[in-house]
Design a protein around this ligand. Structure first.
Ligand code: NAP
Length: 200
């Protein structure tokens, strides 16, 4: 099914996932922290099916992808009524980047559980957070197989929708389980972080 994805954060990850979705025939609304005009170059680069919008417009698309810095999560809460929206969480809980790469102290919670607090009522599915964008941007068909995207989440129907969309772009999906435990495998320092796996 052709779907419109609202992408909040139009940097490395937002643009990379957008390109795969567009290639599969989906539409994307990209947003950043500024006026949509600031994305005119990015939209021209991405081509047909891409448009710029406000974060609110992106938040109201069929499926929403969070691709913004961890420090900016609090800006999500008042964008829309998040109840029952499908939200893909591609964030990682870094509070500083190179060279320290410090992680937020989440008190033992999974990062996507914390994210879910900022989008109350949404069906959160963690995906697209384990691979460096330079790997993620490559053709998912490799070595006679398909590159794996790990997902985890608590609602089977939301996971199915996200899984269908990801598979439509040519990736293989491996469903790990729930947010509280399984999604931790996807986090930085988790067993599956940066694992570039090909499924035959
Ligand atoms: N880079 C990777 O390889 C990678 C891999 C996996 C996961 N991740 C995770 O993905 C997320 C994004 O990383 P990135 O590397 O794509 O970052 P990035 O290149 O720095 O891009 C961040 C984007 O988020 C936008 N943004 C910032 N604050 C915002 C707000 N309040 N509302 C809407 N948009 C906002 C920025 O827009 P402005 O230009 O207007 O500030 C920019 O477009 C992070 O959580 C990161 O940990 C990154």
């Amino acid at each position: 099914m052709k779907t419109t994805f609202g992408i909040i954060g139009a940097g490395n990850i937002g643009k990379t996932v957008a390109a795969h979705l567009l290639k599969a025939g989906h539409s994307v609304i990209l947003s950043n922290s500024r006026d949509p005009e600031s994305l005119s170059g990015t939209i021209a680069e991405l081509g047909a099916g891409a448009k710029a919008g406000t974060s609110k417009e992106a938040a109201e698309a069929d499926i929403v992808l969070l691709a913004l810095p961890w420090s900016q999560l609090s800006t999500l809460s008042n964008l829309t009524d998040w109840t029952n929206r499908i939200v893909i969480d591609a964030t990682n809980h870094f509070i500083t980047y190179a060279p320290e790469f410090r992680l937020a102290d989440l008190g033992g919670r999974a990062s996507s559980e914390v994210v879910a607090d900022f989008v109350p009522g949404a069906k959160v599915v963690k995906a697209f957070n384990t691979l460096y964008f330079k790997i993620l941007e490559k053709d998912p068909a490799e070595a006679n197989g398909r590159r794996v995207i790990f997902i985890s989440g608590n609602e089977p129907a939301a996971k199915q929708s996200v899984s269908d969309a990801i598979q439509s772009t040519g990736f293989a999906v491996v469903d790990l389980g729930d947010l509280a435990t399984a999604s931790k495998l996807q986090e930085p320092k988790g067993a599956l972080a940066t694992l570039n796996l090909i499924k035959n």
